[in-house]
Design a protein around this ligand. Structure first.
Ligand code: PLP
Length: 409
């Protein structure tokens, strides 16, 4: 299929709006993506025509809503190539997926003195839940070190693994550096010590095809809103043999088999982990988004974004005083940078604010990765991140605007 980005852009109404009288150049896709019309329409249509609570109704609408919700689970399963829908848990997003896992895994498998491994480049949501669990359990958090270029040191990683290591949690793609980590190696090394691995896929699934069986990860988390789906929905994939061994995260309706005041027994997978009314509108819209990107083709999206990223990096590197973080060649759709003028740093907030006035949406700050900022020795960066609808012309606008801003200082 020909990848016609201008045609694709027409699916996203927001992209044709202006900000401050300038055409919007939306380069904040790592934070959240814009929604194609089909996703919004799926939500509106379900609210208007199908809405009813799922799983517990005998009536027509409830059954219809349940069918859509469970068909969505199957769409997610297919998208990730999980073995069964029992391995697909709906959550509110990556953050909740990791909190769920850190809590349940901690309850079942972590004791005082045990160890958990994360990497230097984790988002706070793949640090803090583990830290909270470590505090509760008296466990220890260890960190895979990273080179100046943004490469995780796998030799050091292997040395961190001990008989006390209980789980490894690592991001697939850094939300700051765009570096694609060698997660297959990370998983293989952990498995050779019988240690399970969670991969934070928040920044990978929107950009290239992911196959959880091929990765052989034990758990995988992602957010709907970063892959053109709605907010408030995400997924935790877990191998059935692991999920079977974990206790529920929250109690309530749906996650039970039988309840008496003396004892409650829990439902089967995946419902054991889905207490309360799920966001069945969002699950359906997420499935619509996954169908949308699948129709475009994840490989086509990946190629388009890679071309854009390399083009942007080449052009940015020609700007005097430009410093790009994370220069490993395995880089994906995210460019963090700082700019110096006559040896003086232009503060990321000033740069971001001035770019905003020129119509360009970028993100500034620590990007919820403070430990990584400490490692890089910076307070914050400006981050431009691409989605399937960005164009070379938008990169040109970014470059020209950065040059304009430089002249203002
Ligand atoms: N992990 C990574 C790598 C991220 O980039 C993000 C969001 O930026 C998250 C986790 C958290 O995602 P959410 O806020 O959707 O739960």
């Amino acid at each position: 299929m020909m990848y016609d980005v201008n045609k694709i852009r027409k699916d996203f109404p927001i992209l044709s709006r202006e900000v401050y009288g300038k055409p919007l150049v939306y380069l904040d896709n790592a934070a959240t993506t814009q929604k194609p019309r089909c996703v919004v329409e799926a939500m509106v249509d379900e609210y208007y025509n199908v809405n009813a609570n799922v799983h517990r109704g005998v009536h027509f609408l409830s059954q219809k809503a349940t069918d859509l919700h469970e068909a969505s689970r199957e769409t997610v399963r297919r998208f990730l190539n999980a073995r069964t829908t029992n391995e697909i848990l709906f959550t509110r997003g990556t953050t909740e997926s990791i909190n769920l896992l850190a809590f349940s895994f901690g309850e079942a498998f972590v004791n005082e003195g045990d160890e958990i491994i994360v990497s230097t480049m984790e988002h706070h949501s793949n640090i803090v839940p583990w830290q909270m669990m470590c505090e509760r359990k008296g466990a220890i958090l260890k960190v895979i070190p990273m080179s100046d270029e943004g490469t995780l040191n796998l030799d050091e990683y292997e040395k961190l693994l001990t008989p006390r290591t209980r789980i490894v949690a690592c991001t697939h793609v850094s939300n700051v550096l765009g570096i694609v980590n060698p997660v297959k190696d990370i998983i293989n090394i952990a498995h050779s010590h019988d240690i399970p691995v969670l991969i934070d896929g928040a920044q990978s699934v929107p950009h290239f095809a992911v196959d959880v069986q091929d990765l052989d990860c034990d758990f995988f988390a992602f957010s709907g809103h970063k892959i053109y789906g709605p907010t408030g929905i995400g997924v935790l994939y877990g191998k059935e043999e692991w999920l079977d061994k974990l206790p529920p995260y929250q109690g309530g309706g749906e996650m039970i088999k039988n309840v008496t005041f003396e004892k409650t027994t829990y439902n089967e997978l995946p419902y054991k982990f889905e207490a309360g009314t799920p966001d069945y509108i969002a699950s359906h819209a997420l499935a619509t988004a996954l169908d949308y990107v699948s129709t475009l083709g994840m490989d086509n999206i990946s190629l388009h974004e890679q071309t854009l990223t390399h083009y942007a990096i080449d052009r940015m590197q020609q700007i005097d005083g430009m410093h790009i973080f994370g220069t490993s060649h395995n880089k994906d759709a995210v460019i963090s940078f700082q700019l110096n003028k006559d040896g003086n740093l232009i503060h990321h907030l000033d740069l971001g604010t001035l770019l905003d006035r020129l119509g360009i949406a970028v993100r500034t700050g620590h990007h919820c990765a403070e430990p990584l900022m400490h490692r890089l020795g910076v307070e914050g960066t400006v981050r431009a991140s691409f989605g399937l609808y960005n164009t070379k012309e938008e990169v040109d606008v970014l470059i020209e605007s950065i040059q304009r801003v430089m002249q203002m200082f």
